[in-house]
Each structure stands twice: as C-alpha cells, then as structure tokens.
Design a protein around this ligand. Structure first.
Ligand code: HEM
Length: 217
C-alpha cells in the first residue's frame, strides 16, 4: 500500500460498486431484450423509450462513467498485484487450490469483453440512439436484431462473447458480495455458487435472444 493515493481497499470497493452497477444494467438490458421474443411491439416501444430522450442520455452517460472507472481501476489494481508478486511470478505459475480460472484472468477476459462491446455498440447503439442524436432516424430494433442474428458468423461471435461474460460475471458477482461483507468461511462456497448462478441467469437472457433469432425465427 502506497503512502499517496487511495488505499487498495478503497480501490477494490470502487471496482465492486462500479461492477455492481454494471450488473444491474445487464439485468435490465437482458430483461428488455427478452421482451423481443414475446412482443415485437413491446420491444419497439422500449427502443423508442430509450432513444434520444434526456433520461436515456443521462443513463448512457452514467453507464459510460461506470465502464471507464471500472476499466481504470482494473488496470491500477492489476498493476499493483503484478508488482507485489515480484519474482514469485516466475517461479509459481500453477494456480493455488480454490482459485478459479476466471478470478486469475479477470483483466484478460475483461479486455475481450470490451473488444466485443465496441462491435456491439457499432451493431446497435450507433444505429439507434447515436443516429437519432445526430439528427437522423434510428433503425427499427427488431429489424436490426433479425439482421444481426440471421448471420451465422455474428451469432457465433455473440455467443462466444456471452461465454466470456459468464466467466467474468461468475467471479465478479462473487467478489461484489464479498466486498460488501459476506466473507466468512460458511458463506465462501455459497457466494461462489451464487455468483455462477446469477451470471448464468444474466447470460441466458441474452443467449436466448441470439438463439431464438438465429435458429428459430
Ligand atoms: C442478445 C444480445 C443483445 C442485444 C440484442 C442487445 C441489444 C441492444 C440494443 C438494441 C441497444 C441500443 C439501444 C439504443 O440505442 O436505444 C444496445 C445498447 C447497448 N448494449 Fe446491448 N444487446 C445485447 C447484449 C449486450 C451485452 C451482453 C452487453 C454488455 C456486456 C450490452 C451492452 C450494451 C451497452 C453498454 C449499450 C449502450 C447503452 C446505452 O446507450 O446506454 N449489450 N444493446
């Protein structure tokens, strides 16, 4: 722990609070997407509601701030851990018992998710909210979903992206629960299972939309 700057506990808390906020976003985003399976008109209404209206723009800015803070502190914490491990990192490359693959690779998986997010924002957001902000007309949400997921290559890329998101969330959600204080021995195991469970619920909401429009419609 350095003399200046935030303590490492504060930095971990910033990761937990921003990560927790992003999990809530994903719950809403996933649930809204599932509507597209049951009601095309319902989904169109949601897209209109979340277009270039002031509250949707405030939401987008808030979300961008969460993503940027999460990213900056991910690099700061990873760099500190890397420095703290010192020479040991060359001698020890097996993972200790009980440390999951996901928890050791959060930065790399996160980077892959960010890479996918750039493509996702191009596929949807740039043609909807951004297009409207630039004074044009947004594309129809349902048409865009059908267009993207009728393509085998895009559908497979989205499913791979969702697998990475499952790994990241399974460890991330468990970490958030630990940061808010549920870290005793009895709960350790349960927290890990709860993390995996909630991550699966979130990812399956998105995956069901991809699979439905790719293979069923
Ligand atoms: C089946 C999968 C998905 C579909 C069909 C989908 C659909 C959409 C649509 C239609 C928008 C544009 C909304 C608008 O501009 O009005 C959007 C924006 C967005 N999506 Fe997704 N999405 C999916 C998965 C994901 C996942 C897994 C993530 C995160 C890891 C994500 C993150 C975002 C973000 C950050 C935005 C911008 C939100 C904003 O403007 O505030 N999406 N998505």
């Amino acid at each position: 722990m350095g003399k200046k700057g935030l303590s490492s506990i504060t930095k971990k808390l910033i990761m937990a609070v921003t990560g927790g906020g992003l999990v809530f976003f994903l719950l809403f985003h996933g649930a809204m997407n599932v509507v597209s399976i049951f009601s095309e008109d319902g989904y169109r209404w949601i897209c209109e509601f979340l277009g270039a209206n002031w509250y949707a723009i405030v939401g987008t800015i808030g979300l961008a701030i969460l993503v940027i803070l999460h990213l900056i502190y991910a690099f700061i914490l990873s760099y500190q851990n890397f420095k703290a491990r010192g020479r040991q990192r060359y001698a020890v490359n097996e993972r200790p018992e009980g440390v999951s693959w996901a928890s050791k690779n959060m930065l790399a998986i996160g980077a892959f998710i960010l890479f996918g997010l750039v493509f996702h924002l191009y596929d949807f957001w740039s043609k909807m909210q951004l297009a409207e902000l630039k004074g044009g007309a947004p594309v129809d949400g349902i048409d865009q979903i059908k267009f993207i997921f009728s393509n085998n290559y895009f559908s497979i890329m989205y499913l791979l992206w969702l697998v990475a998101i499952w790994f990241h969330l399974s460890h991330g959600i468990a970490s958030v629960m630990q940061s808010i204080g549920w870290n005793n021995h009895v709960w350790q195991n349960r927290i890990e299972w709860l993390g995996k469970f909630f991550a699966a619920v979130i990812v399956l909401m998105f995956a069901s939309v991809v699979i439905y429009y790719w293979l069923i419609v």
